[in-house]
Design a protein around this ligand. Structure first.
Ligand code: SAM
Length: 279
């Protein structure tokens, strides 16, 4: 056992935490597994952890047992609070729980650097938060790393390389300023109740600065335009961005007849700079 608290199946029974679809609840009840996910976030000692969607607290317990200095857990379902209070009592002064919607709450006032984010969230909330965490006003962001559970297909989109079917906006947005790896894949049966698809944990580490210079907004615009019509040649899909788009593509060393999925990160950044220069 990782701690002296009761098994999660018992916690769920005593607090009547039947998983609700409306909260996107698929719980991890194996504490060995939640400890593995916690370890995938790297050394936790000396770090504050933002955990979004703790539910009955399996991952929370893993994070605390692995030595996190403090865990701030944001949970939307009030039914989970008594179970989380028991964990807080077992780890005095190290677990703070906020009841609320992670999309509406700013948890930063309660956290001290270095900060790591760890979460097993409903997939739609996870993707929305990932996009926010990857696109702050300024870089570096408040977090050092993000360790997040996704639908496997989304995880593959995050780490995809040029030429792959999964390569697109998400890969470029993340890989421009961070390192991303899939560290664990999980079958549906790892969860209670099992979801329809497999899942994967992605570990994302921020870089001190972007890999290649570019204006974030221009880069996002040009990549979005390219991948919105990914089967088209770039000279067609990017036509709306500039009247001389072919010349700008050539200046960025991109064939105007290439398609978005063939173009690597460095070339997208060069094209974004060419566009800004030409404006
Ligand atoms: N982390 C737990 C685990 O691994 O067993 C629970 C995982 S379950 C997939 C997702 C959790 O996120 C649920 O406890 C759900 O109530 C919570 N949740 C859903 N939407 C949320 C939101 N917008 N803000 C905070 N928590 C949310």
């Amino acid at each position: 056992m990782i701690d002296a608290l009761p098994p999660l199946r018992y916690v769920i029974r005593t607090h009547d935490l039947r998983a609700k679809k409306s909260f996107g609840q698929n719980f991890l009840l194996d504490l060995n597994l939640t400890s593995r996910i916690a370890r995938a976030a790297g050394d936790l000692t000396g770090a504050d952890i933002l955990e979004v969607g703790p539910g009955p607290g399996g991952l929370t317990r893993g994070l605390l047992a692995e030595g996190a200095r403090k865990v701030l857990a944001v949970e939307k379902d009030p039914r989970c609070l008594p179970a989380l209070a028991e964990i807080a009592a077992a780890y005095p002064g190290r677990l703070q729980v906020i009841e609320g919607d992670a999309l509406a709450i700013d948890p930063l006032a309660h956290l001290r650097a270095p900060i790591k984010v760890v979460a097993n969230l409903p997939y739609n909330v996870g993707t929305e938060l990932l996009i926010r965490w990857m696109t702050p006003q300024s870089w570096p962001p408040f977090w050092e790393s993000l360790t997040l559970m996704f639908q496997r297909e989304v995880a593959e989109r995050i780490v995809a390389q040029p030429g792959a079917k999964a390569y697109g906006r998400l890969a470029l947005m993340v890989q421009w300023r961070a390192e991303a790896r899939i560290v664990l894949t999980l079958p549906p049966e790892a969860f209670t109740p099992p979801p329809k698809v497999s899942s994967a944990v992605v570990h994302i580490t921020r870089l001190a600065r972007p890999r290649f210079p570019a204006e974030a907004r221009t880069l996002e615009r040009v990549v979005a335009a390219g991948f919105n019509q990914r089967r088209k040649m770039l000279r067609a899909s990017l036509r709306g961005l500039h009247p001389q788009i072919e010349a700008l593509l050539e200046a960025a060393d991109i064939r105007p007849t290439a398609r978005a999925e063939e173009v690597g990160l460095e070339a997208w950044c060069t094209l974004a700079r060419e566009l800004d220069r030409a404006r």
